[in-house]
Design a protein around this ligand. Structure first.
Ligand SMILES: [Zn+2]
Ligand SMILES: [Zn+2]
Length: 405
């Protein structure tokens, strides 16, 4: 593990190594819903889609600025897309529920229609193309998750969720799909050519799932939510373990992996680079008690004890390190607990406070100010150290991230 300068306890660390802002892509008339970096290191390009109904392909000119080589208008707002770098197949989903497949030419100057899929009844929120299976997976506001064969164009199956499907991920090797929804659940399904089997529901978020990322190498599913939390689910480990990463102060909107680093972006304008080689622990279950586990004073709903002890009822709190149910007085200390994923100070009890050393408080992440709320992010393919971010202001930005990963 690389030893770098680590922050002092308690304060979020703004690294001196910054993502370098390269340029802004400005041209869409309405919200940009997604931007994907494509091309080689010396010849990068960007595909973007927007509520203004256009797909734009931006090529980098000699000046370093990006100019559209294609501006293609669709019948409705373009809400989601996926791109297969090797075959240059582009899938664009619309607000009206359809998905269109294009071939992008070698010189990035032309897109050719390949096929259309009448997939959903409402806005498509997320799509994923799997070349290995030739499946196109999609999640929609109509509460359906579906998958189509990209060889025949036929629908292979559909799963109805109890709330909007917001995002989808897929492990092609085991044919497991992960469907995130508006209620904060992630449904795991085993897919076949004709049907699905529900495997499990991953419950842990208290807000809508915004982004999912499948780490094929480690069999980890990583989810980012409107509840500001990232959860890392160990799917392949078989032990059902999960841990949280708490470092954002607003909704988590994008995730990406680069080597041993996890990058996350948020509406709080921050890029967090998490060291995933560090050992982290799952957060403890929170105890539910009628009295403080330390001083035994009753909580406010414990009316009998309140009368017996002639005490005023107290509010129940929880120590983030041991999970005990405690009154405010017995849990008045605050500390970051990076091993448990808490990068900012959280409530801990007096006993745990004695056991947390400065070493335990050392941050396992670095924080970078992007100066603007981020609604989406993608990294360049093939290890090229470029990042594209989508802002809430219709702009896209390109960053050199060589020094932060
Ligand atoms: Zn107490
Ligand atoms: Zn404790």
């Amino acid at each position: 593990m690389a030893a770098s300068i680590k922050p002092v306890a308690g304060t979020q660390f703004m690294s001196s190594k910054k993502p370098q802002f390269l340029c802004k892509l400005d041209g869409h008339q309405e919200t940009v819903n997604q931007a994907i970096l494509i091309g080689a290191e010396d010849d990068p390009a960007v595909i973007s889609i927007s509520d203004d109904k256009t797909i734009r392909i931006w090529s980098r000119r000699d000046s370093g600025q990006y100019w559209p080589s294609i501006c293609h208008t669709m019948p409705a707002a373009a809400s989601a897309m996926d791109y297969e770098h090797g075959t240059r197949r582009l899938f664009v989903a619309l607000d009206n529920g359809t998905i269109t497949e294009f071939d992008l030419s070698d010189d990035l100057n032309k897109i050719t229609l390949r096929r259309s899929y009448i997939a959903h009844q409402q806005r498509v929120a997320s799509i994923k193309f799997s070349l290995a299976t030739e499946w196109l997976l999609s999640a929609g506001k109509d509460k359906y998750f579906q998958w189509h064969s990209t060889e025949t164009g036929r629908r292979l199956g559909a799963f109805q969720s109890s709330s909007w499907c917001t995002t989808v991920e897929f492990d092609a090797a085991s044919r497991h799909a992960f469907v995130g929804d508006y209620s904060g659940n992630i449904t795991m399904l085993k897919l076949t050519e004709t049907n699905y089997q529900p495997v499990t529901t991953l419950r842990g978020h208290s807000g809508s799932i915004q982004t999912l990322l499948w780490d094929e190498k480690k069999s980890l599913l990583i989810s980012g939510s409107f509840d500001q939390v990232i959860i890392v689910w160990d799917i392949g480990g078989g032990k059902g373990t999960a841990y949280e990463l708490c470092g954002h102060k607003q909704r988590v909107t994008g995730l990406a992996i680069f080597g041993q680093k996890l990058l996350s972006v948020s509406e709080d304008s921050t890029l967090v680079v998490w060291d995933m080689s560090a050992k982290r622990q799952g957060t403890p279950e929170w105890a539910e008690r009628d009295c403080c586990e330390r001083c035994a004073r009753p909580f406010f709903w414990n009316v009998k004890a309140m009368l017996d002890q002639k005490q005023v009822g107290l509010r129940q709190h929880h120590c983030r390190r041991c999970g005990r149910a405690l009154c405010d007085k017995c849990s008045s200390n605050r500390s970051p607990l990076p091993v448990l994923g808490y990068e900012f100070p959280v409530r801990i009890c007096d006993e745990c406070h004695l056991h947390v050393s400065d070493r335990d408080r050392q941050s396992l992440a670095e924080f970078h100010d992007l100066k603007t709320p981020v609604a989406g992010m993608s990294l360049a393919p093939n290890g090229v150290k470029l990042m594209a971010t989508v802002g809430s202001d219709r702009n896209m930005k390109i960053w050199d991230i060589a020094t932060v990963i």
